[in-house]
Each structure stands twice: as C-alpha cells, then as structure tokens.
Design a protein. Sequence first.
Length: 165
Amino acid sequence: MNNILEAPLVGETRRNHALEHATIHILSERFPGRTMAGHSNPTGFFLIGDFPTEHVREAVIEALTRLQNGESQLAIHAGCGTNYVVTGGIAAIFAYLGMSGTKNNRERFERIPLVMLLSILAFMIGQPLGPALQKEVTTQPDPGGMTLEDVYLVTKNVHRVVTRP
C-alpha cells in the first residue's frame, strides 16, 4: 500500500463519507429546508434528521447508484465539518499570530483590528480550501464495490446506514 488514504479503515471511511454527503444532497432535494447531519466511519454512517426509514433507504440507494455512475460532485457538501475545521483552524492560527508578542491587555486590545483582518483573510482562504480538502482527502466518490447492507432507526431521528466495502 503506497497511499495512506486507501489504508484499511481510512479508505472505507472516505467512501462512506462520500455516500453520506450524496445521501444528504438527495434528501435535501426531496425535503427542502429539513435539518440533517451525518457522521461516517469505516462500516457506514449515522444520519441525523427527522425522516422515515424507508425514505433514508431510498436516498442511500439512489446516492450509491449515482456515485457508481460517476456523479462525484455529490461527495462534496457545503455543510461538511471539514469546511468548518479548515476555516476555523486557519482563523485560530492567524488570530494567534496576530496576538503574538503582546504583553498586556492594552496591546491585545490595540491588536483587535489586525486580528479581525487576519480572521477575514482566514475565512477567504478557508472557503475554497475546505471543499478542495474534501475532494482530495476526506471523501472518496468512487464507491468501488461498496454495497448497502442495512438502514435502521437507532433512536428518534437517528438512522444507521451499514455498508460493506
């Protein structure tokens, strides 16, 4: 194995992350304005949202089929945590740099405009960087031989989607 992104557990998680995003895209089309979230792991993903199990199952099947047919854009989602982590991380580093060297509260207060400017710059950098990181690192839109094993309700508004590589 030459690529850590295809290592066992990592590759499966990336494929499930892509399927999670694709499923959320499809459910968003069918149920506009409905709030939902997901969390992927090597054996599938959790989908949080108020949906009947059959609707979730249908969306997962359609998402898997569309990914298998090459609709890789479904693997990228604006609401992905990757976007927030990248942008927030850059903003935190820039804020730290903007405050570095200050010795007292007065100096810190005087640096607030600089830190605000650096934070805006961080958000400008993070907005395209987050989706690029999703595309190259945190998702794998090619599901390979992935199959859907099960979709079931874990608790109110939480479904478990189980896949097999």
